[in-house]
Design a protein around this ligand. Structure first.
Ligand SMILES: Nc1ncnc2c1ncn2[C@@H]1O[C@H](COP(=O)(O)OP(=O)(O)OP(=O)(O)O)[C@@H](O)[C@H]1O
Ligand SMILES: [Mg+2]
Ligand SMILES: [Zn+2]
Length: 459
């Protein structure tokens, strides 16, 4: 048996190094490496030993379809791929104070209507959780509540024939295994505790929610250390300055990962937002230059968001580029195309780009809206307040068709928009079939970015 010695582990990504370093080579995080007791190595030379023979079966055999449990928080169910799969483990990550405990307590309370649910908090005393339950209006819910941190105790309590169907552990960083030397929250502890809990969940068939804190300092292990071990990874994100929160799946073994759930943080807890576009556009002021409404898609859902650009003369030798909610490289690309293909040089200006409300957009379909916002700000001519924009921009300045144009237009019409700036040739795919929805909107199609500049020519 190898004796345990020290090793250095990045608390962010879990990679192991021999020496301490200020920066992790694997993930680039700073100050995330700490010393931990090394785990015992697996004894070598297992092959040729007395293993049991595995039974192989055909792919086509019959297995009952996985029944799903509905939390009845429809935004959460959607992100999970249509409810919870028994025996699966979901990791819920997010910044401190973003609302992870609130979300899971609400889900637990709703689930408890027809399932046995246990909520184990290692962070808060029972009284604190009860106070939250009162504020959320779930004081009467039949949730079994406990405050515990010892893995041994938790496993002993859950490993029963009448174990709960859903277990919430808030948070995995507070749970500790007493047979491991490292402090609670370190990579070795978090990994070992999660592995034991997941194994039990699979064996007993309960749904396991693990809360994982996102930390910048690296004093405790982050959720990334666990991402490969769990079935589903959900991130709960949002901007402190805004009341809405977005739940995003970054990994899901039982569903797509492009759906998002939108919630609003209120006095009485998290409220589901059925119509996110209306929320994202709520604070928009019409007829301001540099503002443009992008008709985007998040998974199967259309979502309208405001993109704001500010182009201002710079006094700096290397002008500022500040981007919130979009990809900085994508902005550079759009600006380069505006410069090289349309003769609009913005390089001597500070450029700020902001997706209003704190949403993060990953779609290339936002290119045209970003370009319109930039050109509008540079020319100080507003994009019409009742216009939505979408389209991808190619390197030669051509405006390319994007998927699901009809769905986007339909959403825009529903929210009272009257015009749309769209790519000239629609793409032939699902969601672009009809063309009938355009009837209520006046469509301006553009084939090249130059056509967009024409719209903002002062005359
Ligand atoms: N009385 C209240 N009224 C309105 N909102 C509240 C109230 N109390 C708490 N909140 C909201 O709930 C948030 C905290 O939620 P919660 O404790 O669920 O977050 P968390 O992600 O679990 O935090 P932690 O990382 O500390 O565990 C606060 O940031 C605040 O927005
Ligand atoms: Mg919490
Ligand atoms: Zn790392």
């Amino acid at each position: 048996m190898a004796k345990s010695s020290a090793q250095f582990v990045c608390q962010d990504c879990g990679s192991v190094t021999l020496k301490w370093a200020g920066k992790c080579e694997a993930c680039g995080a700073w100050n995330s490496i700490t010393e931990e007791a090394a785990r015992e190595e697996v004894p070598k030379g297992l092959s040729g030993g007395k293993g049991k023979k595995i039974e192989f079966v055909g792919l086509s055999g019959s297995s009952a379809p996985l029944p799903r449990m509905m939390t009845r928080l429809s935004e959460l169910d959607r992100v999970c791929g249509g409810g919870l799969v028994p025996g699966s483990c979901l990791l819920v990550g997010g910044d401190p104070g973003i609302g992870k405990s609130t979300l899971l307590l609400q889900a637990a309370a709703r689930l408890s209507a027809d399932a046995v649910v246990a909520y184990i908090s290692g962070e808060e005393a029972v009284d604190q959780v009860r106070m939250r339950a009162v504020r959320l209006g779930h004081a009467q819910a039949k949730v079994a509540l406990a405050s515990a941190t010892s893995l041994r105790d938790i496993l002993a309590s859950l490993d029963q024939p009448d174990c709960p169907q859903v277990v919430v552990i808030d948070s995995i960083q507070t749970v500790y295994a007493d047979n491991i030397e490292s402090a609670p929250g370190t990579v070795s502890q978090v990994r070992a505790c999660a592995a034991e809990l997941i194994r039990l969940a699979k064996r007993r068939g309960f749904v396991l929610f693990l809360v994982g804190h996102v930390t910048k300092e690296g004093t405790i292990a982050g959720p990334r250390v666990l991402e490969h071990m769990v079935d589903t990874v959900l991130y709960f994100e949002g901007d402190r300055g805004h009341q809405f929160r977005i739940l995003r799946a970054t990994k899901n073994r039982f569903g797509a990962t492009d759906e998002i759930g939108v919630f609003e943080m209120t006095e009485g807890g998290l409220a589901e937002v059925a119509n996110p576009s209306a929320l994202f556009l709520a604070e928009r002021r019409g007829n301001v230059s540099g503002s443009c409404v992008f008709a985007g898609m998040e998974g199967t859902r259309p979502m309208l968001v405001e993109i704001q650009a500010l182009v201002a003369p710079s006094t700096l030798s290397s002008p500022r580029r500040a981007v919130v909610g979009w990809d900085t490289n994508r902005l550079s690309m759009v600006m380069a195309v505006l410069d090289a293909r349309c003769g609009l040089a913005l390089s001597g200006n500070d450029v700020y780009l902001n997706v209003a409300g704190g949403l993060r957009i990953a779609e290339p379909a936002a290119d045209l809206a970003v370009a319109a916002a930039l050109v509008s700000s540079a020319s100080d001519i507003p994009v019409p307040a009742d216009m939505v924009v979408f389209g991808e921009i190619g390197l030669s300045g051509e405006v390319r068709a994007v998927a699901q144009a009809d769905t986007r237009l339909k959403e825009a019409a529903k929210l009272g928009f009257a015009q749309a700036l769209v790519p000239a040739r629609p793409r032939k795919d699902k969601g672009n079939a009809g063309g009938g929805v355009g009837s209520s909107l006046s469509i301006r199609s553009v084939g090249h970015l130059q056509d967009v500049l024409e719209l903002f020519r002062p005359d």
